[in-house]
Design a protein around this ligand. Sequence first.
Ligand SMILES: [Mn+2]
Length: 327
Amino acid sequence: MPVVIGMVVLVRSLLGRAFGRKPRTPYGNRLPPRIHDRLSLSQTVGRRVVVIGDVHGCASELDRLLAALARPDDLLVVVGDLVNKGPASPQVLRLVQERGVRSVRGNHDDQALAAWRAWDAGLPIPKPAKHGWVQGLHADLACELEALPFTLDLPAYGVTIVHAGLLPGADLRDQPLSDLFTMRDVVPASTKGAGSPAPGGNPAWEANAVGGTGQPWAKVWAGPHHVLFGHDAARRLQLEPYATGLDTGCVYGGQLTACVLPALDHAGKPVEDSSPLPEGLPGQSIRLQGGKGIEAQVVSLPSAKTYSDKFLKLEQAAQVPMVHGEL
Ligand SMILES: [Mn+2]
């Protein structure tokens, strides 16, 4: 049987080369209709934009956070990793579909989609302990994952949303897709073999998926856009001048965090000085440097429980927060 599968893979690979195989995402999925998506001022005018950190299947926390702070006309965006690890990934996708939540693509979203495609084709599910939940997932919910772009630009705010990070100095279209949803640190480009080479003509930095081995990319990022991102639960809330990290470890018993961007009028000016922070939730106002320099609010909802302790074990084992690339 393995010989037969090997032959099939070989023949498909040869056919792919002969007929010009289409480029794929890092986990072998079809590329989304828009790799780098954007929402113009006309699409967001008069509406707040609520950007939410990594959900990882924590549907009840997402539901409670939205109940506490979201207004009916808010535009809701997640920084990716909607699924895996937590208790209710299908329910998160259902909520995303029903409420029209936008998201960028996290490494777990891309992996889970590949697992669903395997299951749908009658093949064994890769890493079934992590992806077993995809069995029976309705195709319309898998489509939610299939459509996810790698970045989402909000030009009216001068804000870019990405799951993991951006390589400082490299053009968006020159950034390797896998870096966009796996990077945590940057290392000097001369560090051979430590990360991905910068293809955009900027030799200064390489991306590295393992945290604690270089500098957090968000500390190096100097604009021009302000970047909202997730993926780096070990570092919790990151409030850097030009980048804000929103993964506060909801699935690890931390919090689910949202950054609320004010509604803008047709001239791109905030329609209110700042919306009141929801009662009972810790929050703060921050000035997002870069972009339009707007004032936003960061609000966190504590998790009901610790759904996964994989990360906590790693954190206890290391003196400094270290994150393995697999997380
Ligand atoms: Mn991630």
